[in-house]
Design a protein around this ligand. Structure first.
Ligand SMILES: Nc1nc2c(ncn2[C@@H]2O[C@H](COP(=O)(O)OP(=O)(O)OP(=O)(O)O)[C@@H](O)[C@H]2O)c(=O)[nH]1
Ligand SMILES: [Mg+2]
Length: 615
């Protein structure tokens, strides 16, 4: 038996490939309860019982080797050995969802037709049981001609057996397999039905809750109301639940900064710590609770299976602007960050649909903008309630998210009738079964998100803020002169300011949006650092950025800044990903230009209207 170097996980979307990958390699690839989570090839290392290492590949889910979407093309190319500079995998691990056996057996036949050494992981047997199905793995193995191992990936059941089977996998009589499976699609469907029937030992008609729940959640009238209500609650929670934690963190940062100001000798080092690191980076870190709460909701929606329902509900609405529900999940992922959102468009097969989705993804408010919104809202919007349990601050936050969504829909409509003109493509999406989110997965997911945020604070936000602090600190101002006026940063702000002054921006704001191109949170740290450096009085320096904004910005100016960030200047990484995913600079350029134009116009409109209204 020759040594095996690579094995690949293949199968329909949402069959649990990534969950198996994590169980087999100890990795923590993203898993979620909807089709199209994995969009690129990921490698990890699996150790066989003999101690021999195997490179294990996690691949995007696929319905067929003929499929057209870019993520499915990756799967086909890897499996067939035509993926850039990579040999075909030695063993295939075909993952089937035990509770959806018939559907999954259609693509399975295509995989088996390749005649490669294959092992079947009959995954999600727990869900099959829940649905009242008793399966016969031996019968399935007999019918398919390859070993079948029942597994529950998320509880690591059957993992050892699967590893053994991978070690022993051998070709299943190549020639015969080829003729045996070479069928047309309708024939495959029929075969799938027969095989599934013979593998199901018994089926009790168990009352599934799904149908009842879906009748409500997918109801064309009630469904959208529930979705909208849910999102509303999310943004209320972001403020209401986070406040005590955010206050405590802010107090902590303030206290440390106070101690440093008192104990350290006056000088550049103290200024660096207090004005740059603590005022700047600290002003972003205090938003950790908000970020965690937002992701808590996103993760629960993803794991429970509600996300795919939301896409289904939105399909009709999206059709009005020439998109399909397919675009919904990439767009919803963009609430976390536009980068994975843009990557997730790989599951959209129509190139024009995909391009439109990439171009509007940055309009979904990414979590990096949350600190910007939150700090300005906290400063200028009173902490009052406008109804039972409805806080005004949460309401404004919700409105900003909605503004982004509405903006995206309008832009999509314009794009679809001009540059990405074409017929809207149909939408078929499997509805995954409902699952109770596992606490451990949630905890890991939240921890990963928190860590990403803190790492950003420690790297890109730190570097951008410190660079700005240096530019702000030199040359030193003469006594009586403002440090901002004297500094290099002041000169930079002055060149940009004439363009932004008409839309209500003050100089600090004009300055802050430049380093915010590195990461949007930097807008907050930049403001904090600018005010801290410029403060003549030591005590004012210790004051938080929220207090500064409350004291120094007029309401129209603050609202203009919020409106600017709805359309927001891109962060550079988003532009880079858009370039990679569209293979050139053309579309990223279009994206940047239209977003800046929209940002300027909406900030202006907000400012002029608010001023005229006497706010
Ligand atoms: N109950 C149960 N849930 C599972 C099992 N395996 C995976 N899941 C869940 O099923 C969902 C899909 O799992 P993934 O591993 O993301 O599926 P995938 O095949 O990688 O999906 P794509 O990347 O979209 O192709 C997740 O919510 C998992 O938690 C299992 O054996 N039992
Ligand atoms: Mg996956």
């Amino acid at each position: 038996m020759s040594a095996k170097r690579t094995a690949a996980l293949v199968g329909n979307p949402n069959s649990g490939k990534s969950a198996l990958f994590n169980a087999l390699t100890g990795a923590s690839q993203k898993i979620a309860n909807y089709a199209g989570v994995t969009v690129e090839r990921k490698a990890g290392r699996l150790t066989l019982p003999s101690g021999a290492p195997v490179e294990l590949l996690d691949l995007p889910g696929s319905y067929s080797f003929d499929a057209a979407s870019p993520d499915e093309a990756v799967t086909r190319d890897v499996v067939k050995g035509v993926f850039d500079g990579e040999a075909a995998p030695d063993v295939l691990i075909l993952v089937l969802d035990a509770a959806n056996l018939e559907q999954h057996l259609v693509f399975a036949q295509e995989v088996l037709e390749l005649g490669k050494p294959t092992v079947v992981a009959l995954n999600m047997v727990d869900l099959a049981e829940r649905d009242g199905l008793t399966l016969d793995p031996e019968a399935l193995s007999e019918a398919l001609g390859v070993p079948v191992v029942p597994t529950v990936a998320v509880r690591r059941k059957g993992i050892a057996e699967l590893t053994d089977a991978i070690a022993e996998a051998r070709s299943h009589a190549d020639e015969e397999a080829h003729t045996r499976w070479h069928l047309t699609l309708p024939e495959r469907r029929l075969t799938a039905k027969h095989i599934a029937r013979s593998a199901i030992l018994s089926k009790s008609t168990r009352h599934t809750i799904e149908n009842g729940v879906d009748r409500i959640l997918l109801n064309p009238w009630i469904g959208p109301v529930i979705l909208f209500g849910l999102l509303f609650v999310v943004f209320q929670a972001v403020f209401a639940w986070a406040t005590p934690f955010a206050d405590a963190l802010e107090g902590g940062v303030g206290a440390i900064s106070g101690v440093f100001s008192e104990r350290l000798p006056k000088g550049l080092f103290r200024d660096f710590l207090v004005e740059g690191v603590l005022a700047g980076v600290g002003s972003v870190v205090v938003f950790l609770p908000q970020i965690v709460i937002l992701f808590f909701f996103i993760l629960v929606m993803e794991a429970s299976g509600y996300m795919a329902r939301a896409a289904f509900l939105m399909d009709r609405l999206m059709a009005l602007v020439g998109l399909s529900g397919r675009s919904f999940i990439p767009l919803l992922s963009s609430f976390a960050c536009a980068i994975p959102g843009i990557m997730a468009t790989r599951s959209i097969s129509d190139p024009k649909d995909r391009l439109t989705t990439i171009l509007i993804a940055p309009l979904m408010t990414c979590s990096a903008r949350l600190p910007v919104y939150a700090v300005v809202i906290a400063a200028v919007i009173p902490q009052t309630t406008v109804g039972p349990g409805i806080g005004l601050q949460g309401l404004v936050l919700f409105a900003l998210y909605v503004a982004g969504i509405v903006g995206a829909m309008v832009v999509a409509l314009v794009l679809r009738s001009t540059v990405t003109k074409g017929a809207a493509s149909g939408f078929i999406m499997e509805l995954p079964r409902y699952q109770l989110p596992r606490l451990k997965d949630l905890a890991i997911g939240l921890w990963q998100r928190a860590w990403v945020f803190l790492r950003r604070a420690g790297t890109i936000i730190f570097v951008a803020t410190i660079a700005l602090w240096v530019l702000l600190s030199f040359p030193k101002a003469d006594p009586g002169e403002s440090q901002l006026d004297a500094s290099l940063a002041g000169a930079v702000a002055d060149t940009l300011h004439p363009v932004l002054e008409p839309v209500g921006f003050n100089r600090e704001m004009s300055l802050a949006i430049i380093p915010a191109l590195a990461a949007r949170e930097v807008a907050v740290s930049a403001l904090a650092t600018t005010y801290a450096v410029d403060a003549e009085d030591e005590d004012i320096a210790a004051e938080g950025v929220t207090a500064k904004i409350a004291a120094l910005w007029s309401l129209p100016t603050a609202l203009a800044f919020l409106a600017w960030f709805v359309f927001a200047p891109q962060c550079l990484s988003t532009i880079a990903v858009a370039r990679r995913e569209t293979n050139g600079w053309k579309w990223p350029t279009v994206m940047v230009v239209y977003l800046f134009a929209l940002a300027w116009l909406s900030a202006g409109a907000t400012y002029w209207i608010a001023t005229a209204a006497g706010l």
